[in-house]
Design a binder for this molecule. Structure first.
Ligand code: NDP
Ligand code: OXD
Length: 317
């Protein structure tokens, strides 16, 4: 790095100020050639070459005319693309890694098994001291479908197949995963849905996937199916879920992501007996390994102008 580049700055933008300090403290020793600053005290804006962000405010990047790349502190880039003043053409780097994948595999296995074995009903029975035995089929006769077969969905589908579930997967393009029956695109969506007794959503949020979890989709699932949404809140039409649970078309839902996060205290999902709420923890980025991945990606991008975890902004993920 030459003298002119030595002043280069990386800004960090996260809604929670304490987390900004934390990420700066983690990243600074890994990137000693760069100055790390909070986004609202960037120093010379022309020296800002990278922005490391989670849910940046609208217009965050407009000051930075020499931005080389935006780094999403997560696998999804919807929170970056949501910025209505996003400068066009600036590459967006996702943060993915084996930690993130491992955590998502655990979350999906936990909640699929919980639905499969009827745990919500068993827990409700316990609260009423009710001893009610019910025989459930083995995993080999339970059909579980995963929407989205990328980094996380693909890993989740493999895990479910390894547990013995009859595993189905759906993506935009045809994907081949050993032990998983895969479907692609609009044309094969109905055939996929009609077989899913448990449906897991691990799609990115794009114009094509927003509101996809709606009444029409629920109607295509086998009656009594259950839903796990760990993608994004706006995938789900909330009133349609409540209606499907009330009618018995769906039996239970586990939701990790919401239109408004944190989920407001008065929201009906909190107290709904057929809904399990988890606070966007399916696969929280691990701060230590996360900083190593972010630092490695910045170095790689700086050296070669590209990196494996580059998102495709036009595609939306
Ligand atoms: P990837 O980009 O690796 O994979 C996305 C998958 O979705 C691909 O298989 C893609 O299809 C498919 N897809 C995209 N658009 C469509 C569509 N219109 N129809 C059908 N399939 C589609 O993403 P990741 O697996 O890394 O992450 C997925 C999402 O999970 C993130 O965007 C984020 O929203 C969420 N997430 C949630 C976390 C949590 O803690 N709850 C943590 C991390 C991420 P194709 O293969 O054909 O391209
Ligand atoms: C992510 C997330 O996108 O945590 O990584 O949701």
């Amino acid at each position: 790095m030459n003298a002119a580049q030595a002043r280069a700055t990386i800004v960090v933008s996260i809604p929670d100020a304490a987390k900004i300090e934390w990420w700066i403290a983690q990243l600074a020793p890994l990137l000693p050639e760069w100055t790390l600053r909070p986004v609202d005290a960037p120093g010379d804006p022309k020296a800002v070459h990278y922005a490391v962000v989670w849910r940046p405010a609208d217009g965050t990047f407009t000051l930075f005319s020499n931005l080389k790349a935006i780094v999403s502190l997560g696998a999804g880039i919807d929170h970056v693309l949501a910025d209505r003043e996003l400068p066009p053409g600036v590459p967006i780097i996702r943060t993915v890694g084996t930690d993130l994948t491992q955590r998502m595999r655990e979350y999906v296995a936990l909640h699929v098994l919980r639905h499969h074995r009827g745990m919500p009903m068993i827990a409700a029975n316990q609260r009423q001291q009710r001893w009610a035995q019910q025989v459930v089929p083995p995993a080999t006769r339970r059909r579980v479908g995963v929407m989205g077969l990328g980094n996380l969905g693909g890993a989740a589908a493999r895990t479910l197949a390894a547990l013995g579930f009859e595993t189905l997967g759906w993506a935009r393009t045809q994907r081949a995963i050993e032990g998983v029956v895969t479907y692609a695109g609009e044309a094969e969506f109905a055939a996929f849905l009609q077989r899913c007794e448990i449906l897991v959503c691990l799609l990115p949020l794009t114009p094509a996937t927003e509101n996809l979890l709606d009444a029409a989709l629920f109607a295509r699932l086998p009656r009594g199916a259950s839903l796990i949404n760990a993608g994004r809140g706006p995938h789900l039409v909330e009133d349609d879920l409540l209606a499907a649970l009330a009618s018995g078309q769906l039996s239970h839902a586990t939701l990790d992501v919401f239109r408004q996060e944190p989920l407001p205290e008065a929201h009906p999902f909190w107290r709904h007996p057929q809904i399990t709420v988890t606070p966007h923890v399916a696969s929280l980025i691990d701060p230590e390994s996360g900083s190593r991945i972010v630092a490695a990606n910045i170095r790689e991008f700086e050296a070669h102008g590209e990196v494996a975890d580059l998102a495709d902004a036009a595609r939306g993920y």
